[in-house]
Design a protein around this ligand. Structure first.
Ligand code: CP
Length: 278
């Protein structure tokens, strides 16, 4: 596990997933390793490979870092979040959670998904879309299963261009209109660490985009509420909603372990089949 950015959910669930499959894991974090002394991503990866790593799970602040590390090490590299680019396993666990709520039944978990699985379902992604790798991965995944994705947020955090990201993706600036249309509502944290000097009026933001119990009860009383975490209580979501009956936030966390077991197993199996080190 090679982590250049902090993480609670992704790191812990990848570790539990790998250990659950019988693998040994070791954590290398940028703050307590020779990365602090200036060692490059490539040299760190080659060092881990020399030490016996058969796969690397990477979180990095630069878009494309996982691709680069895989090219340099020729090991399976699992993307645990690369900058503002992608967070694929988060989108998969979000999908798993949405399916469990919107298509409940005994077959969930074994049923194959297809291009119609989420047809008729609208998912609102709300808040800091600009800096969100979670939003980007969900924008790639959910329309492939037939979902309509509504992006909602102020212009500073949601440029007009975002609607051109793919099919079935629209912008709805009015949060209350987005809530009325959605069966799943994915709230996002404002990524203060990536704002680069951008000034936001937080009181104005809360007035327009905070998910409150009152808004939820009036406009989306049966929708499932998601958040990739970490949540900032009292900013994008109230404590009452985060802890309330429509919240699936901790269920998302739990689903992360099974999803990550699946992708770790797939990566190691594919490497074995290719005659790789695994
Ligand atoms: N959702 C998510 O990536 O959380 P962490 O940053 O805690 O891993």
């Amino acid at each position: 596990l090679l982590f250049y950015e902090s993480s609670t959910r992704t790191r812990t669930s990848f570790e539990l997933a790998a250990k659950g499959l019988g693998a040994d894991t070791t954590l290398v974090s940028s703050l307590s390793s020779s990365i602090e002394k200036g060692e490059s991503l490539k040299d760190t990866g080659l060092t881990l490979r020399a030490l016996g790593a058969e796969a690397i799970i990477l979180r990095h602040s630069s878009s494309g870092a996982a691709w680069l590390l895989e090219a340099e090490t020729r090991l399976p590299v699992l993307n645990a979040g690369d900058g503002m680019h992608e967070h694929p396993t988060q989108a998969l666990l979000d999908l798993r959670t949405i399916l469990a709520h919107l298509r409940p039944g005994p077959s969930i978990g074994t049923e194959a998904v297809n291009a119609e699985t989420l047809s008729g379902v609208t998912v609102a992604i709300v808040g800091d879309i600009l800096h969100s790798r979670v939003a980007r991965s969900n924008m790639l995944l959910l329309p492939r299963l037939g979902a309509r994705v509504l992006l909602c947020g102020p212009r500073e955090l949601l440029p007009e261009l975002a609607a051109a990201a793919g099919p079935s993706i629209e912008i709805e600036r009015d949060f209350e209109a987005a809530l009325r249309q959605s069966q799943a509502i994915m709230m996002l944290r404002i990524q203060a660490e990536r704002l680069s000097g951008m000034q936001l009026d937080l009181e104005e933001y809360k007035a327009a985009y905070q998910l409150t119990g009152q808004r939820l009860a009036a406009l989306a009383p049966t929708a499932v509420v998601l958040h990739p975490g970490p949540i900032i209580r009292g900013l994008e979501i109230t404590a009452g909603v985060a802890d309330g009956p429509q919240s699936a936030i901790l269920e998302q966390v739990r689903n992360g372990v099974a999803i990550r077991m699946a992708v770790v197993e797939r990566a190691l199996t594919a490497a074995t089949e290719k005659g790789g080190r695994a």
